[in-house]
Design a protein around this ligand. Sequence first.
Ligand code: HEC
Length: 318
Amino acid sequence: MPMFLIRLFVLAAALAIAAPAAQAAPAGSPWGDGFFPNLPVTSQDGKTYQFYQDLVKDKIVIINFMFTNCQTVCPLMTSRMAEVRRRLGDRVGKDIFIYSITVDPEHDTQQVLKDYADAFEAGPGWLFLTGKKEDLFAIRAKFGERSLVLSAHRTEAALGNDATGEWTKLSSFEDYEIAVKTVLEMDPVWRATPHHLVIADGTKPHAVGSQAGEALFIKACSSCHSVGGGDRIGPDLKGVVARRKADWLKSLIMTPDAMRAQKDPQTMELMAKFKGVKMPNIGLADNDVADLLSYLEAETKRAGQQAAAGTATPAQTQ
Ligand code: HEC
C-alpha cells in the first residue's frame, strides 16, 4: 500500500475519537445553532453568508478544509469530491451542499478560489469559502480541525444533517458508491425507502481486474485523468507512455512539486493549459510508478482497440 494511504488511514483512526458519532440527535442537539459559529464567509462568487444560518441550518452538508497551494493530497481529495458531487447529481444545490473551506485565507482570496472551483468544475451547490483568518479558525475548530501547520490539516470531510443533528465523517478514500450512499443516508426519507443505490449518471460499478496498477490508478489518479476519455481536470493519459520519456514520466508522477520548482519546460507547458489545479505529490514509491505505467500502457492499447472497433467508450474512470 502506498505510504500516503497508510498515513491517511492512521490519521483517520486517530481522529475517529474526536468527532461526534453518527446517531440520531435528541431534540436540542448539541451540534446545531450555538455550536457552529454564525460568522461571515465569502464564496468563490463573492457572496457573503452567515456560516450557520445561511449554509448549515436545516441542510445536509459536506464540509472539508483545503488550501489551493497544497502540493500533496488535497487536490486529490478535491478531485474525488468532484466525482462524488457528479454522482449525487442535482440534489447538490437543492438539499445537499458541499463547502470547501480554505485554511489559508491570506492566499486563497475569492478570485483564487474561483479559479480553483472552475478547474474542478464545482458547479452549483459546491461553495469554496474564504473569510477572515480568525473567523475561519473559529469555524474549523468546531470540526476538530485545529492544526496550525497548513499541511497537517485533516483530509476527511465532515458530513452532517443539521435538521436531524446527525454528524459523521466522510473519508476521501472511500469507494465512490459507498461515499454516495453515506451522504444519501443522511436523509431520513431516503433511508426509510428500501432501494438499490441509483448512481446519478448510471455509471456501472467497475470490477477491478488483475492488471497491476489499476486499483491504485482508480483511487489516486482517475478522479483527474482518463485514459482515452478526453481531458478532465488533468490531461488524457492515453499514449502518454509512448509520448514522453520514461525518466520524465517517473519524475512527474513521483515529484510533480519538484518539477514545478525546477520550472521543467514541459511541466510548465502543461500547467499553463491546466490552470488552477496542480498535479499532487502523494508519496508514491518506485514500484507504484512502474505499476501505474504498465497500467497506462495496457489501457492505451485497450482504448485504441475500442476506437478501431468503433465501440469507443471512455476508459473506465471511477
Ligand atoms: C488533482 C488532480 C490530479 C490527480 C489526482 C493526478 N493528476 Fe496527474 N496531472 C494533473 C494535472 C493538472 C496535470 C498537468 C500538470 C500540472 O498542471 O501540474 C497532470 C499531469 C500528469 C501527467 C503528464 C501528462 C502529459 O500529457 O504529459 C501524467 C503522466 C500524470 N499526470 C499522471 C498521474 C498519475 C499516474 C496520477 C495518480 C497517481 C495522477 N496523475 C494524479 C492532475 C492530477
